[in-house]
Design a protein around this ligand. Sequence first.
Ligand code: F6P
Length: 327
Amino acid sequence: IKTIGVLTSGGDAPGMNAAIRAVVRRGISSGLKVKGIYKGYNGLLNEEIIDMTARDVSDTIERGGTILYTARCAEFRTEEGQRRGAEVCKKHGIEGLIVIGGDGSFAGAQKLANLGINTIGVPGTIDLDIACTEYTIGFDTAVNTAMEAIDKVRDTSTSHERCSIIEVMGRNAGYIALWCGIANGAEDVLLPERYDYDEQKLINNIIESRKAGKKHHIIINAEGIGHSEAMAKRIEAATGIETRATILGHMQRGGSPTCKDRVYASIMGAKAVDLLREGKTCRVVGYRHGEYVDFDINEALAMRKDVPEYQVEVCNSLSHNYSKLNK
Ligand code: F6P
């Protein structure tokens, strides 16, 4: 293999630049040519492809976002799009392609592998929702950003003796919500994986905690449940306690990556290059039981994961109300 390509696809995540940098530098130092593809599969189809040098990734490891830009590409979900993508790779001499993104992006990589392009996926998403790996690039930064924001909301919530619902990202997964629930010491945490929706229980918790003298009531609500504004209105009406909703939104995707994100992204990016050099294809890099590993993309996409029961139970047991909500 002489030439490889790298692209970022789907939602951006802090640490993607560290992964790109690792691919470029590991590739070049092992004698490969490395091409950067802009804007995910969209850029591949539009041939937005550049040659990359080691210098092109200088001063990028500390930057949030992705220097290659990213996109979600509907056309690449079609057979015609995938076939054209493989043709563009061949035209540009790209024999191996590293795709940094989530499950949707890996599905595209799997199709390209079937069309003769060696592909390796690197897990990049703040949601931590890729089943084959315990770690995804961006989660650590995002969860720290959310934690700091929630601490700030808590200050004003206490001053006004309010109830605050804070909605965190995660698509259909509750990992960011669970981690913030533990790290911020939230009174209630609403997880899509566990939520047996009973708003009356939530309302009772708020009333009880107020009676017990609590000055604030922090509810962390996962995006997968959503409807935080409407929930706040109903809670205020039922409890008589001023209630506000804060949706943290895309701020969770930005910012300089943490040390953990930089290091894991660097190692995963380098490993992806090593796999291509070993002639591997249709693999996803993962991190499991303290080791960097790789899985067949088809197997990885068929795996399922759930928020760990023990962590949910500990989160509940440490909350002020010993909430039964997530049981
Ligand atoms: O997958 C990352 C993520 O930020 C999810 O948490 C969220 O559901 C989604 O992307 C938002 O996507 P968009 O940037 O297209 O609004």
